[in-house]
Design a protein around this ligand. Structure first.
Ligand SMILES: Nc1ncnc2c1ncn2[C@@H]1O[C@H](COP(=O)(O)OP(=O)(O)OP(=O)(O)O)[C@@H](O)[C@H]1O
Length: 319
């Protein structure tokens, strides 16, 4: 059974009934399956529909049409069964009560999620310990650093021990050390067998932590695959960067079978993209035989793939 199963899921928002404006389509009828135990990244520009999907999966919003299920339970027909299965963490400061202590915040959320009264104290202490906040359990949250608040957010999402965790932009505003620590935590959550859906703008983060990623834009899914397979979408296989390649040699490389692109880069090096491993080997052989000594091979980063597929609208708000 999949942890998340989404079929033909559509969500429209009526902007203004009086103006007669057509409804805004946040999700255009998407399909998505996430197996149990996977860390799945949801990547897309502002307004792509990521938050809308998270809200539907966490039963906060109902779809216009189509279905979504968490571990086989329908998010509309079976809300009471879905809620204990899902934990949500939204980035930023939303949802924490600054004047209450960390312990009180968590107890409040535990009660809201239906953790039995006699278990709340124990469960709250467990998550405080796990997220390194036990020493500050009784401090007011407004005195916490941003990184501590972020950890408290995660603790909040896990206080009822959900099997599926939805993280919407969880590392927004984290410094690199906190973000690194956060990724380590994600790994440990996966080791518990939990399924994690994480939305992010941070491609390095997605590449580092996700088993598979889905690219979403304008409410439609563009691709779902491993970060490595996605890299192959934009560059058939490997690529070779070489320094001091004379123009005549670059022309000869261009004629080799399996070479898809040869271009001079801004720093004076030449980038050669190949479609097969054997083409890469042929390119390397020819370059080395011709006296080129400064060479490296690489795959495109997820960020490059994203920019190629979504274009330069990465940070644009679609309206
Ligand atoms: N309550 C609402 N009323 C009207 N339109 C909405 C509402 N919520 C979302 N939308 C629209 O639905 C589309 C998808 O929004 P959504 O918040 O899901 O995108 P997102 O991918 O999470 O973006 P971001 O990265 O900026 O958070 C956008 O065009 C947005 O304006």
């Amino acid at each position: 059974m999949n942890a998340v199963e989404v079929r033909s899921l559509r969500r429209e928002f009526t902007v203004s009934r009086s103006s007669g404006e057509a409804p805004r389509v946040a999700l255009g009828g998407i399909d998505l399956s996430i197996p149990e135990g996977e860390i799945h990244g949801l990547l897309g520009p502002n307004g792509a529909g990521k938050t809308t999907l998270c809200k539907i999966l966490s039963t906060v919003l109902v779809p216009t049409s189509g279905t979504a299920a968490i571990l086989g339970r329908d998010v509309v027909a079976d809300v009471a069964a879905v809620r204990p299965l899902v934990g949500c963490v939204f980035g930023g400061d939303r949802g924490l009560y600054g004047r209450l202590s960390a312990r009180h915040n968590l107890s409040y959320w535990a009660a809201l999620y239906g953790v039995p009264g006699r278990r709340i104290g124990l469960r709250t202490s467990e998550v405080l310990e796990r997220f390194g906040l036990a020493g500050h359990a009784d401090d007011r949250v407004e005195t916490f650093s941003r990184g501590m608040k972020q950890r408290l957010h995660l603790a909040r999402g896990l206080v009822h021990d959900p099997r599926v965790l939805l993280l919407d932009e969880p590392t927004t505003g984290m410094d690199p050390v906190a973000a690194h620590e956060f990724r380590r935590l994600l790994g440990s959550l996966r080791n518990d067998g939990r399924t994690i859906l994480i939305t992010t703008h941070d491609m390095a983060e997605a590449e580092a932590v996700c088993d598979r990623v889905t690219l979403i834009d304008h409410g439609e899914i563009l691709h779902t695959s491993t970060p490595r397979q996605l890299a192959r979408l934009v560059s058939g296989h490997d690529r070779v960067d070489a320094r001091d390649v004379p123009a005549e040699l670059a022309d000869r490389v261009r004629t080799l079978a399996g070479v898809s692109r040869v271009r001079l880069q801004g720093d004076g090096s030449t980038r050669i993209e190949t479609e097969t491993g054997s083409a890469t080997a042929d390119v390397l052989r020819l370059l080395v035989d011709s006296g080129v000594t400064t060479l490296s091979t690489s795959r495109p980063s997820l960020e490059e793939v994203y920019l190629r597929l979504v274009g330069d609208r990465g940070m644009e708000v679609s309206r």
